[in-house]
Design a binder for this molecule. Structure first.
Ligand code: HEM
Length: 125
């Protein structure tokens, strides 16, 4: 349940990030602001669903450490998305934000799908 909410909310975030970036870069500041605000509300869903998944690791899981790193990477993705959009809304370079975004999202995806056991795709068995 919580993983579905989690995945739905971060996939939605990626879509809203792409749209907002595209609007800001295309000079459509008003449209960008609207999708950016919706994205900010969606952060709450990501944090809520991620936080409740993280809660399941407290109480003796051997993978608590990896789950904490996964959660920090997730928070870092959110930080990078904000940095990208704030910079692009001011027409300054968002390169630094994108670099952080890709590093953080790769860590979140590898740990989330590849390593941690709660999900829908238990690749690591
Ligand atoms: C946009 C940012 C994020 C992305 C792309 C992301 C990605 C993922 C993925 C791919 C999974 C595995 C889901 C599955 O296997 O079903 C996952 C699970 C999880 N996420 Fe996130 N996440 C993000 C943000 C967060 C945040 C902010 C937190 C903490 C507050 C968090 C905490 C967790 C935890 C604890 C799990 C459970 C791991 C498991 O056992 O599978 N995530 N996330």
């Amino acid at each position: 349940m919580s993983t579905h909410l989690h995945i739905t909310s971060w996939v939605l975030a990626l879509v809203l990030l792409g749209l907002s970036f595209w609007f800001y870069r295309g000079g459509r500041a008003k449209a960008g602001k609207i999708t950016h605000m919706i994205l900010r509300l969606d952060y709450l869903l990501i944090l809520y669903s991620g936080g409740s998944l993280l809660g399941a690791y407290f109480g003796g899981s051997a993978m608590l450490g990896e789950a904490i790193v996964k959660a920090l990477a997730g928070v870092w993705v959110i930080y990078a998305m904000e940095m990208i959009l704030i910079r692009s809304s001011k027409s300054t370079s968002s390169r630094n934000g994108w670099i952080q975004f890709w590093i953080a999202i790769i860590i979140a995806l590898v740990l989330g799908f590849g390593r941690l056991p709660l999900g829908v795709l238990p690749i690591a068995g």
